[in-house]
Design a protein around this ligand. Sequence first.
Ligand code: FE2
Length: 293
Amino acid sequence: MTTVLQTTTVQHPRTVERLVIGQATSDGAGVKLTRVLTQNLQNRLDPFLMLDAFGSDKPDDYIAGFPDHPHRGFETVTYMIAGRMLHRDSAGHEGLLENGGVQWMTAGRGVIHSEIPQQEDGVMEGFQLWLNLPGRDKMCPPWYRDFKAGDLPKYTTAQGVAVTVIAGESHGTTGAVTRDATAPLYLDIHLPAGSRFEQAVPAGHNAFVYVYRGEVTIAGQTVPVQRMALLANSPQADGVVIEATTDAKVLLIAGQPLKETIAQYGPFVMNTQQEIYQALSDMRDGRLGEFAA
Ligand code: FE2
């Protein structure tokens, strides 16, 4: 962990366009979760397709996990705050995701995978983000990496703000993953009460903040716990300034929009309905995971 002297980089901070409350839902074999980024925000928050927050100390809420299911056409980024989950997929990847680790999976032309909790009690908490792929990459070979908590780039500011750089670049620290087409920025930011954090974000990128502990203020707007603040896009805005009124933990996520049509059917996200029919027919014929062997 290094300490960086934070320079003032943001002259015109973004404002909050609106606050969003997630929707309680369940997925997989009955895992209870909160869908923070829902389908109706996919164009507004392009290139991001979904953000789920899961967190419970009741095993019944998570124990069944996510048995074998397919994906095609995008990337899933799972960030485990607490708990242990085993991933297995048709491309032969297997990995245990635990306490502070990240799993980055590019489904590309197709994987079938399972995500199963490896604990029978205790807290399981984390996030899964879906990041779109540009049309030209949707049928790319699957790709997968596990990052243990200790492998993720981290730094602390002079004010004691601790930042984990999962993707993108922040104050000279390059994240675990970078992507050209979508240029995703994914930061987990832990702010002590009274601290302030600045992050440069290109004006054309879509960006949001999700508060999962405490409360923060962005451009005068209070953002309470379990709220997503959609950050306004304006041509002169060059970043975001987050101020903590209490000890707080937030995710800051931003990316370059693809501006392509989005056709989603469950776990398949393509550009056209025809490509969705193809994915369903490949799935039915058992051809979805076989490319990956
Ligand atoms: Fe999945």
